[in-house]
Write a protein that binds this ligand. Sequence first.
Ligand code: 5AD
Ligand code: SF4
Length: 364
Amino acid sequence: MTPFSEIIHKDTFTRDDIIRMLTCTGDEINELFARSAKVKEENVGNVVYFRGLIEFSNICSKNCYYCGIRKGNRHVKRYNISDDEIIEAARFAYENDFGSVVLQGGELESEAYTARIENLLHRIKEISDDKLGVTLSVGEQSPEVYKRWFAAGAHRYLLRIESSDQQLYYKIHPTEKKHRFERRIKALHDLREAGYQVGTGVMIGLPFQTAENLADDLLFMKNLDIDMCGMGPYIEHHETPLYQYKDLLLPLEERFVLSLKMIAILRLLMKNINIAASTALQAIDPFGREKALQLGANIIMPNITPGIYRDDYNLYENKPKITQNAEDYKRFLEERIAQIGNVVGYNKWGDSLHFKERSGGEAG
Ligand code: 5AD
Ligand code: SF4
């Protein structure tokens, strides 16, 4: 059997290598994290980029079994932030040198919705002298819609595959037209074709999920040649259908370590992509995101959704609440990032170096 220290130093990894790393224990975990930290440092440096996250609406037409804001949850107070408030949040990001924002919302498809996002993109570019980068995270849409938004100025898109295993996908989503696995895969290809830097990701520690599934998720990302990844632990929400399987779940602490391992291994597999330290990590450990940044992630998404709405975007329970105002929060994050020997890359888009390489172009 190949020694563990040899596996982590490989350049290409087999499915078995990945499973071995996912299931490592004790000192091997520290070895893996030290290796991924080094690979991060050598390839993307110690700069962490901010993406101001604007959760502009929790109205969603889908019914994912894991998600607290699914259409079928009647206990959610639905909101839809006005365009002016969204622009104000974007202005805050711009004036605080964030470099880019993420517009995230429940999944809706209509001409009115397409036009609304298009108009918002134009306005964000206008108020920021064309400088603020915009990532969209608004789900599956037609190729035409993706192209329109790209033309209006969006340049990155996040669409998590949630699980790359079709069987598991249908255990966590209804088996009907609105939740087709094939369409999600196609959407990822359409996004790439439209010119976006494409990000995907999965939930880690789902009921029924195996180490083999997670290894395949990582290989899926590698094969898709993604530019960015956002992934984090699955955290059960009692108002969702998946909650009935809560007894099958790993303890939260184990889901947390498994999530960190996923980030570390992805960094070994895809050395120069952007990897986000997801907020869900912080729901389990107050230093969750910093730990992820230390061992491989290089992106953080501070929530800049206006305070009055922030508490209603509860995808999962115990979603961290931000009590400071936005300026204090920025300073707080800056300090935490300095504590782990990283610096914030202000005023830059912080594009994926991987994207730069594959497109042969300039990344901002
Ligand atoms: N636990 C963790 N992540 C969740 N998401 C949705 N519900 C949960 C949950 N219960 C994630 C999904 C989605 C992203 C916006 O939030 O991966 O893509
Ligand atoms: Fe809607 Fe996204 Fe939640 Fe699914 S995960 S129900 S698409 S907000």
